[in-house]
Design a binder for this molecule. Structure first.
Ligand code: ARG
Length: 457
């Protein structure tokens, strides 16, 4: 059906009708579309296009339509393509002449951009709220387990002893950075497009400043052509969501590994794991695997939208309609993934003995051994070599550095004294590390205090 079909002889091919309909997807924007239409009606009344009585009628009609859609009594049909046409058609049904005036100076091109921006302003704040909830869980767990130590890894090989809390806070800071990206994406979305029309604005004296205030935008877009061609704000939002997912995916992978029988550093909450249909003993970390898997799909949302935009001629093209599925998918997935991760972090049990056993049974203190010699004046490269030979000797003989008698150490360097054994105890390193941001108990405590303030705790 072509509600404004004056130019056309016949109807649209039914196949195209189905192919081009976006209503199943963009009906999700109905509240934003109606809110934008309210502002449009009020503005049109201010500039004298609608009479006060017409405005009243239109606003009442829009309220009713919102109630119909919310309650499920509204009839959707593919023949009406998208949410904008549905609402306008129903409004005209309800209000006649008044409803027919609502689209004055407006195009679906600026209208859809408005709806998406209103949607994103809400959703980006909601995602940010989910991040904050996860940050709280990470911080609470870090504080509760602040005395526990574990191996820190590079190349997935035991590298240096760290407090488990420092490890958790590492993920915390990655997610904290995501908040900055979300804020940036929010600011990109926070621009009023309405009033740009199809691409060139209007001869009608639309009061864009007033609409900006009415809808709570910070700025009015500056170039009508750019405005209807622009989906950068969608890319920015999906990119911000993608980075969150990448961070969650890396954390998921760690937790999956740490929950294996091989590591046995943590156990995951039963509520987030499933059993096997065949193997009675299995407890599978499905929730985390799904976060990892769904990350792939959110990344495909990012590539999807970028590919849609690449090479599009200025200005609006119908291709842009395809922006909604990736956006909606990315936004919903990232909220769910963040909430599930918060449950997971909150509910995981730390298996302290295993973590600390792994921290003890390793050559990780070789670093501290080298630093010990360095503090006694030996150049670091030389100290590195000596600690390395101590490791080789221990490895050959099946012992750890702390088991080497002082006599043997002295053969490697006369600088070794009895106090070296204190220096290379795993916990000593965590007391002695000094550099800002290092994996030490002192730094962790400072950070926990500062981050509590940051989260308003
Ligand atoms: N459903 C369309 C979209 O999402 C609305 C804009 C249509 N504009 C047009 N000129 N066909 O992009």
């Amino acid at each position: 059906m072509k509600p404004w079909g004056g130019r056309f002889k016949g109807g649209t091919d039914p196949l195209l009708e189905r192919f081009s309909a976006s209503i199943d997807v963009d009906r999700r924007l109905y509240r934003q579309d109606i809110e934008g239409s309210r502002a449009q009606a009020e503005m049109l009344a201010r500039i004298g296009v609608l009479t006060a009585a017409e405005k009243k009628k239109v606003l009442k009609g829009l309220d009713e339509i919102e109630a119909e859609i919310t309650s499920g009594s509204f009839t959707f049909s593919e023949a009406l393509e998208d949410i904008h046409m549905h609402i306008e058609a129903r409004l005209i049904e309800k209000t006649g002449e008044a409803g027919k005036k609502l689209h004055t100076g407006r195009s679906r091109n600026d209208q859809v951009s408005l709806d998406m921006r209103l949607f994103l302003k809400e959703e980006l704040r909601a995602i940010d709220g989910c991040i904050v909830a996860l940050l709280r869980e990470l911080l609470a767990k870090a504080e509760r387990e602040k005395k526990v130590i574990m191996p820190g890894y590079t190349h997935l090989q035991r590298a240096q002893v760290v407090p488990f809390s420092h490890y958790l806070l590492g993920h915390y800071y990655a997610l904290k950075r995501d908040r900055v990206r979300l804020t940036e994406a929010l600011s990109m979305a926070d621009v009023l497009p309405l009033g740009s029309g199809a691409l060139a604005g209007s001869t009608i004296p639309l009061d864009r400043e007033w609409v900006k205030q009415r809808l709570g935008f910070s700025r009015v877009s500056e170039n009508s052509m750019d405005t209807v061609a622009d989906r950068d704000f969608v890319v920015d939002a999906i990119y911000a969501a993608s980075m969150v997912m990448v961070h969650l995916s890396r954390l998921s992978e760690d937790l999956i590994l740490f929950a294996t029988q091989e590591f046995a550093f943590i156990s995951l909450p039963d509520a987030l794991c499933t059993g096997s249909s065949l193997m009675p003993h299995k407890k599978n970390p499905d929730a985390l695997e799904l976060i990892r898997g769904k990350t792939g799909r959110v990344l495909s949302d990012l590539f999807g939208i970028l590919t849609i935009l690449k090479g599009l001629p200025f200005t609006y093209n119908r291709d842009l309609q395809e922006d909604k599925e990736p956006l909606f998918h990315a936004v919903s997935t990232v909220k769910d993934a963040l909430s599930i991760m918060a449950l997971c972090v909150g509910g995981l049990k730390v298996r302290k003995e295993n973590m600390e056993k792994a921290a003890g049974e390793s050559f990780m203190p070789a670093v501290e051994m080298a630093e010990y010699l360095t503090m006694k004046g030996m150049p670091f490269r030389e100290a590195h070599g000596i600690a390395g030979s101590a490791v080789r000797r221990c490895e050959d003989e099946g012992r750890f550095l702390g088991d080497m008698p002082l006599k043997e150490l002295k053969k490697l360097s006369p600088l070794f004294e009895r106090d070296v054994f204190d220096y290379i105890k795993p916990r000593s390193a965590l007391r002695m590390r000094r550099s800002t941001g290092s994996a030490s108990f002192g730094e962790v405590m400072k950070v926990i205090d500062a981050e509590k303030k940051y989260l308003g705790l």
